[in-house]
Design a protein around this ligand. Structure first.
Ligand SMILES: *Cc1c(COP(=O)(O)O)cnc(C)c1O
Length: 414
């Protein structure tokens, strides 16, 4: 169907990353139903909190309605005040950053490094030189790959800042043997439908501080005081996880390692299958970290990029012999009935955050517009967004299907 390949579109769509269910989920949902614990209290919630805290190696996990809710409460716990500046990962999903704005804070974006595609500790240090008063740093582990945690922690310690860790994409990934979601003061994971395990929705806030855990439990259930009537001294939220959702999560937790193993196989098969092409996989520190391989990505060598431009909501390219670009590959995957996706567009390029300060390693630390000239990537995040893409990474994709995907990606470079 494409550049000489004879592959026909898949009858069943291959997803980027869809829920992989096992049956145990139904058992726990049913138990919630039969015991009538259909609200935000119950055994499933208790078990999710116990098992997740144990798995991550933190003292407390508080089950919430979403990862975003967990991040929001983390930002509140950090005490972020209106107009307060907060350093944030730049190349991430916007849920990492939005909660800062919910509290009136101002996200300052820190550019990305090429080694793990996460926050660049060198740019972070530069940011502290420009804004020495910043007290809070929000870091994400993109696509399940741990960032340079030691280096980032060292910079934060030097400037007396605390870390909020967004481990929504990296559940089960480790850095020097320790689980992501255990490095910051207030940490978050997500059970959204596309994540490595799911509750259909949901998330947890993770902490080692009992007082913090109790505060989050209280805030997430409308901040009720201990009285006979509804008594409120603080602003509350309806952020608690439902015991039905917790049943789904509870059924999934025993399969986390199996999901990670399947994702790793997918990553390794792409890596091997795409060898010889002018592309490389999303990188990780093989000495210090074990990613969860949530999404397999590639980045195209600069010399092998055909001309392409992206506007706000569309893209154009010129196909060229021996070259390709993310837009072409994504078009071809779409024609194959497989879901790829561009790299998460960096926050400093987003219309909503374009005027926020952005700090790059060699930049001047000033706000920057989205003016983009082909062939001139100005910062690391923009460059990875320009040349990278996410490949179909669904655990239910079999090797025959994956090999066809590999073949059409190869064909794009013919
Ligand atoms: C999915 C995701 C979130 C948000 O989690 P939800 O449970 O969907 O609210 C936050 N940060 C990152 C990096 C994510 O990928």
């Amino acid at each position: 169907m494409y550049r000489g390949t004879k592959i026909r579109p898949f009858e069943e769509k291959v997803w980027l990353s869809s829920p992989t269910m096992h049956g145990d989920e139904l058992k726990y949902i049913q138990r919630a139903y039969e015991t009538n614990w259909m609200s935000t209290v119950g055994e499933n919630i208790d078990e999710v909190e116990r098992q997740i805290a144990k798995k991550i190696g933190v003292k407390y996990a508080v089950a919430l309605s979403s990862g975003t809710a967990a991040l929001h409460l983390a930002v509140k716990l950090a005490g972020v005040k209106p107009k307060e500046k907060v350093f944030c990962s730049d190349m991430t999903f916007d849920a990492t950053v939005n909660p800062v704005v919910y509290e009136g804070g101002i996200p300052i974006f820190i550019d990305t490094e090429y080694d793990t595609w996460n926050m660049d500790p060198v740019a972070l240090e530069k940011a502290f030189e420009i804004y020495p008063d910043v007290r809070t740093v929000v870091i994400a582990h993109l696509y399940g790959t741990p960032g340079k945690i030691d280096e980032i922690k060292a910079v934060c310690d030097k400037y007396g800042a605390i870390i909020i860790e967004d481990a929504a994409e990296s559940l089960g990934a480790t850095y020097k043997g320790q689980e992501t979601g255990s490095f910051g003061s207030f940490n978050c994971i997500s059970f959204n439908g596309n994540k490595i395990i799911t509750g259909s929705a949901g998330g947890c806030l993770l902490t080692n501080d009992l007082e913090v855990a109790e505060k989050v439990r209280k805030w997430s259930t409308q901040a009720r005081e201990n009285a006979n009537w509804y008594q409120h001294e603080e602003l509350g939220y309806n952020y608690r996880m439902s015991n039905v959702i917790a049943g789904v999560v509870r059924g999934q937790i025993p399969y986390l390692e199996e999901h990670i193993a399947a994702k790793k196989k997918i990553y390794d098969r792409y890596k091997e299958g795409l060898e010889g092409l002018p592309v490389s996989m999303n990188p990780f520190d093989s000495k210090n970290s074990n990613p969860n391989f949530w999404i397999s990505c590639i980045i195209i060598d600069k010399e092998a990029m055909c001309p392409h431009v992206r506007g706000e909501c569309n893209a154009l390219y010129n196909a060229e012999k021996g070259k390709s670009c993310p837009t072409e590959i994504l078009d071809v995957l779409h024609a194959l009935n497989a879901e790829g996706r561009p790299i998460w567009k960096p926050m400093h390029m987003q219309p909503i955050y374009r005027m926020n300060p952005f700090v790059t390693m060699n930049g001047n630390g000033r706000a920057r517009t989205n003016a983009y000239i082909y062939g001139k990537s100005i910062d690391v995040g923009m460059d990875i967004f320009d040349r990278g893409l996410c490949l179909p990474s669904d655990n239910k994709m079999n090797t025959i299907v994956q090999d066809k995907i590999i073949e059409v990606v190869k064909a794009c470079f013919k």
